[in-house]
Design a protein around this ligand. Sequence first.
Ligand code: HEC
Length: 456
Amino acid sequence: MKALAPLLGAAVATAALAQPAVPPPAVGSYPAQAAEVQRWIDRGDVARIRAHAWDVWASINRPVKAQGGQPVWQTWYSGHELFEVGAGAQQARRTVLPFETARQVHHPHQPNIPRTPAEQPTAFNRFSPSVAAYIWDKGLNDSAVLDRINAQFDRRGTPVRQRELQTSARATDARSIVTKAVFQFIDGQQPTAVPVWTGISPPATVNLDNPSADTWRRCVVVDPTGRLKPGSTVSLPCNAEPAKPWPVVRLKDFYAIRLTAAQAAAFSSFAEASGDDVGAKNKTDAASLQAMVKAGNVALLMAMHVTTKEIANWTWQTFWWGANPQDPLYGADRPRRIGAPWSHYNMTTAYFMTLPASDPAGEPWIAFNPYLETNLTGTVPGPGGTPIAWTGVHSNCMSCHRMAAWKAAAKPGPGQYGDSPAYQPSGFIDPADAALFGGYTKLDFLWSLTRAAPRR
Ligand code: HEC
């Protein structure tokens, strides 16, 4: 291995130089002025908000010709690069290549964020160049920096509302986008029944509280060998369902990647421990992923969270592979110019926490991704302190992300350098609420910053 390292490093460096992170291009209403987005929010104009979310989708999926036609977001920095390699967090996964450091390369015209190209295609979180550069340059992936900022707020007696850091130079930055992709790993040599989201009801899932992918009762068959005819039906078992005829869909209907040995080996602990990627038996734990993340197998993009800093509270939209891409609520308004495979994904938005948006006592707006939030459970204090149980299907992106905050960990351990307040799943969250945020630094809605670790 040692003798190989310089050679590999050089090869990877050339590749990285030729593959800069590409900023999101302008498409339709994207990038929008903050005042304009705010007008949609104030009017509760969900149609305009959804039209904008589709434009964001079109922007980040624009093929980059100079990089093999891969979508723009695939050129961005990964959470692994920013927070594991960059911040020097402990590499939890033993299979991560021992010559990792030799593979870190730097692009001269971009921030010195280490790139690990083999890990990129199946990376979990992605950061557009502007937000990645800001986090890197200000050291916001470094737990010591976050500790210092929080200690300064303590010393100065900063009011709770202002105990917040920013991840952009100005209050908004329309080019700052963060995404979270969910891949399902399937066998590359034979057909697989892949469960699909058809909502929350007994015919759709065996668990109405936590309807995660391993509970779904409807499936499609994906055949990476191309032998089965799309449109035909094939009987296969799926989750707890007995073998039933499921419709065969084309691999081309997904954004799909056939894994190379290098990509399988570089699968990051960040992605493996996310609890969100889907592996063997539609389970999301590390062992189920390890069973499927192998050369020759196929990664299907099943879902993606996307947030843009076009407004100070960020815009929140989320996408998932649609059993019915023309779903009247979540897909039918998709513009026709969005082509395959992106036209197979449905979408919902959370540009506000309550309706009306300006009313803290307004009706809580619910928006979740069937892959990313359905496994969540928690409690919040209710009347008289009696806890109210909640699950992810009662959540709102903006409410929960408003809670992202940091103080030095009471019990630091590997990967645990800060403490955060408990999740609030939905409803209006007041950034000046001392009961929620006293003693903390708010992290500009980015939960991933809680992965900050001591820099090497
Ligand atoms: C109950 C809390 C909760 C809810 C609800 C929630 N998220 Fe998150 N989200 C998190 C946490 C925690 C992370 C950090 C995951 C990680 O990096 O390991 C995260 C990560 C992300 C990221 C990666 C960037 C970052 O730093 O936070 C994006 C983008 C994102 N979520 C978007 C969304 C969208 C869109 C929705 C709504 C459809 C949503 N989230 C709902 C808790 C939540």
